[in-house]
Design a protein around this ligand. Structure first.
Ligand code: BTN
Length: 226
């Protein structure tokens, strides 16, 4: 694993710092920006990410140049599976599920969010994990740990498992990651309605779209979140 960690006590957003590194041309693949807290952490769909001290906030620079850009949509699942493996390595009994497209839940409450931003051919992967506290609607890891975890306890397995899952994707493709993700998929088999499409959630496509099967057996894909 060739990761180099740049640790800041406070930044606006580790995503912004990582993008600056890329712009300045001095960021190798495996560069990690880590911050103790973020003043304006960003989430998906223009939301903000609450980032007080005690949570894990980092951005990882990836350069999957051997892959077509069209396949970068698979990365959300690669990273979610990596985080799932890391959290299970800390506590195998954690009731984790993975919510399409890229949230990690414990007991159906969000514990971790992933933000994938494509910059030319490079990718900035933002990962936020609630360890000590959580916003109103989520949960945090230390609700489940008798001996409270620190950021360091969580960072090491997260980076290792995310990196290993990424390497697996680069070398062997999406299939095994897709299978792994589906094992933990939240609401798999349930009837859902997304983007005006209603059907049974039966899987994800090679592009990472959500597949919904209607009563007549027609399968439609959903790519739009929210
Ligand atoms: C989401 O679920 O909406 C994604 C949240 C991603 C949050 C992380 S925290 C580290 C990185 N820096 C940011 O500003 N956002 C991501």
């Amino acid at each position: 694993m060739k990761l180099s960690i740049h640790h800041y006590s406070e930044v606006d957003s580790t995503q912004t710092v990582a993008k600056h590194y890329l712009l300045e041309g001095d960021a190798d693949e495996g560069t990690v920006i880590l911050a103790d807290q973020q003043l304006s952490g960003s989430g998906r769909l223009g939301k903000s990410w609450n980032s007080p001290v005690g949570g894990l906030y980092c951005s990882l620079i990836l350069k999957p140049h051997s892959k077509p850009i069209a396949s970068y949509s698979q990365l959300a699942f690669v990273i979610a599976v990596g985080i799932q493996k890391a959290l299970h390595s800390l506590l195998p009994t954690l009731p984790l599920t993975l919510k399409w497209p890229n949230d990690v839940l414990i007991n159906a409450k969000k514990v971790s969010g992933i933000l994938i931003e494509i910059e030319g051919q490079d990718v900035v992967v933002g990962m936020g994990i609630n360890i000590d506290s959580h916003p109103e609607t989520g949960t945090h890891l230390n609700e489940y740990f008798y001996n409270p975890l620190t950021v360091e306890n969580v960072l090491k397995p997260v980076l290792k498992n995310v990196w290993d899952t990424y390497q697996n994707w680069i070398q062997s493709g999406f299939e095994s990651i897709q299978t792994e993700w589906l094992k933990y998929a939240y609401q798999l088999g349930e009837i859902l309605e997304r983007d005006g499409i209603k059907g049974r959630f039966i899987g994800i496509s090679a592009e990472g779209a959500m597949l919904l099967e209607n009563e007549s057996g027609d399968v439609q894909s959903v790519t739009k979140v929210g």
